[in-house]
Design a protein around this ligand. Structure first.
Ligand code: NAD
Length: 489
């Protein structure tokens, strides 16, 4: 295997993301030999840590993955800490010197990957200094990884993007949407483009509707402060859900290259109908959880959560209907829903096929269940396909049968962690599983209308009891179209 030569600089190295995701992912890559001798990591943040302390933190964050102590020690020895206030120019000079020293020591060939694990308000300042203080030298590859949120509306996203694109070309900006790193999300393209039985009927002639559910069982926990500024629409629909929707709806790319796939995704997003505010109010519902219980366990309502305003109108649930105005999808609704404190944690896609034109078995009264292809994304991964068969025995009763392939990837240990996959992709310059600016921009255009319609028409939020599948209005949205959610609790 070719190990990757690279110097990582992680801004925000003392933070939650670094400890929970980045260090373990780098260690997994190290265990697989993707990183070996020729890499180093500079961790920077405000706290006055030392190299030794950072190495201790790194070692404790990978505890569950260690099989060989000396391997873990060697891995941690590649980490260096630099205390740094991102607004202080002189600190970038120190950072540059340390980077040069490590480049020579580990022979990293001038390749650099900058990971901004910090609040987006600092991104412009950081990248500006990377250029002005000549940390960017153009010697090897120089790539930037950033985390969502990519702005809070189209305007702020554009401003952020303008700041970044002054310094990095689009092809060197890797916007992480960690859902895109998940095995089964990537499998959506395999299901479609490796199976003639599906791709040949992947259109409005055979598909009645598509449903995407991103359910969380947890509440806002200690993130009330952040969530109050976001809500379900911006936190989940703008990014994860629209990304998945575009993978389901895009045309087949001419080759399986990141550029072709991205072009097709952007085209699909552009074909999504941009609603007027009136249409948005008709097609989207905001909800908030109130106290509820499940299996004897009690849960408080959103308004009683810490750091949440007592009269907060932040939605913890959003659902709605997108329409795609192109030849393939005209007339096929894409229903989406996401929320906190729902019955269980689960991300699922249900592709509901049209019913048979006649029901031979019931005097042509159509009671046949539709075929449904379900793609399970997490916590279990897999598919199921419901088909109709004859119930064994006398008579001729038709019953739906589920063909199912599901496994718990974490349990089987065969599915790399999303961050591990994405960091490796960034090292390889492979951009398929990252969000491109065109996608981010279009997503905000679609979402801004819905947000603005909700803000201008402050009606009562729909409420739902904690640990249910959302408010009754969510069911009514589909009922008025003569449909229902395929995933019922
Ligand atoms: P955090 O608050 O735990 O960490 C922030 C880091 O930034 C700390 O290391 C802090 O020292 C550093 N920092 C803050 N101000 C600084 C300054 N002026 N100079 C130098 N360093 C400074 O945040 P986090 O949870 O690690 O998240 C980081 C980013 O990733 C955020 O943008 C967040 O929205 C995003 N994100 C995080 C997660 C997650 O799982 N934690 C998931 C998705 C996205």
């Amino acid at each position: 295997m070719n190990e990757k030569a690279v110097l990582f600089t992680i801004f925000g190295a003392t933070g939650d993301l670094a400890k929970r995701k980045l260090y373990p992912s780098l260690f997994r890559l190290y265990k697989k030999g993707e990183l070996a001798e020729h890499f180093a990591v500079i961790g920077t943040a405000r706290r006055p840590w030392t190299n030794e302390f950072l190495r201790e933190v790194v070692t404790s964050s990978i505890q569950d993955l260690i099989e060989d102590e000396s391997q873990a020690e060697n891995f941690a020895s590649h980490f260096y800490y630099q205390s740094h206030d991102v607004e202080d120019t002189s600190h970038y000079v120190t950072l540059k010197n340390l980077g040069e020293e490590l480049k020579a020591k580990y022979n990293t060939l001038g390749n650099q990957l900058f990971y901004l694990a910090m609040a987006p308000q600092f991104f412009g300042t950081i990248v500006g200094h990377l250029r002005s203080e000549e940390i960017l030298t153009g010697e090897g590859f120089e790539r930037l990884i950033i985390e969502k949120p990519f702005g809070s509306d189209y305007e702020s996203a554009k401003k952020l993007n303008d700041e970044l694109s002054c310094v990095f070309d689009e092809e060197n900006i890797f916007r992480i949407d960690h859902y895109l790193g998940k095995e089964m999300i990537q499998n959506v393209t395999a299901v479609r483009f490796a199976n003639h039985i599906f791709e040949s009927i992947w259109n409005n002639k055979y598909i009645d509707n598509v449903q995407i559910t991103f359910a969380e069982s947890i509440g806002v926990e200690d993130r009330g402060g952040y969530y109050e500024t976001s809500g379900a629409l911006k936190d989940m629909v703008q990014n994860h859900i629209l990304q998945v929707l575009s993978l389901l709806a895009m045309e087949p790319p001419t080759t399986f290259s990141d550029e072709e796939i991205r072009n097709e995704k952007v085209k699909a997003l552009k074909a999504i109908r941009k609603y007027t505010e009136e249409e948005a109010l008709d097609s989207f519902i905001a909800g908030q959880y109130v106290a509820g219980s499940i299996d004897g366990e009690e849960f408080v309502g959103y308004l009683e959560e810490p750091n949440v305003a007592k009269n907060s109108r932040t939605e913890t649930f959003a659902c709605g209907k997108f329409m795609i105005d192109n030849f393939r999808w005209s007339g096929v609704p894409f229903y989406v829903r996401t929320g906190k404190r729902m019955v269980e944690k689960g991300t699922r896609i249900n592709v509901v096929f049209k019913q048979m034109p006649v029901d031979l078995f019931n005097n042509n009264q159509n009671t046949l269940a539709p075929n449904i292809l379900t793609i399970y994304i997490q916590p279990t991964e897999g598919f199921s396909l419901s088909v109709n068969g004859k119930e064994i025995g006398q008579g001729f009763t038709i019953e739906p049968i589920k063909l199912s392939y599901r496994h718990n990837s974490a349990f089987l240990g065969n599915s790399p962690e999303a961050y591990e996959k994405l960091i490796l992709d960034a090292l390889n310059g492979e951009r398929t599983n990252f969000s491109d600016w065109g996608e981010v921009a279009r997503s905000w255009e679609l979402i801004d209308v819905i947000r603005s319609a909700w803000d201008k028409n402050p009606k009562e939020l729909a409420t739902y009891k904690a640990r249910t599948m959302g408010p009754k209005e969510s069911y009514e949205l589909l009922e008025k179209d003569g449909r229902s959610w395929a995933w019922k609790p």
